[in-house]
Design a protein around this ligand. Structure first.
Ligand SMILES: [Zn+2]
Length: 62
């Protein structure tokens, strides 16, 4: 899963794991609801999005 706002991605097979940790350590249920635990933006599925966003970021910087 991928957060379009933080530009962070969470591997699908880790989502449950991380979600459980956030819930037990911080009471953070956002990831469990399919939202970014940092900013609350609804996460999207990755279809090469990360690569594209990285390209855009690089382009903006130069
Ligand atoms: Zn985020």
């Amino acid at each position: 899963m991928y957060c379009p706002r933080c530009l962070k991605s969470i591997p699908d097979d880790k989502v449950d794991d991380i979600s459980e940790k956030l819930k037990s350590t911080m009471g953070n249920r956002l990831l469990e609801e399919g939202k970014c635990p940092v900013c609350g933006t609804v996460l999207v599925r990755e279809y090469g999005t990360v690569q594209k966003m990285n390209d855009i970021e690089r382009g903006n910087r130069s």
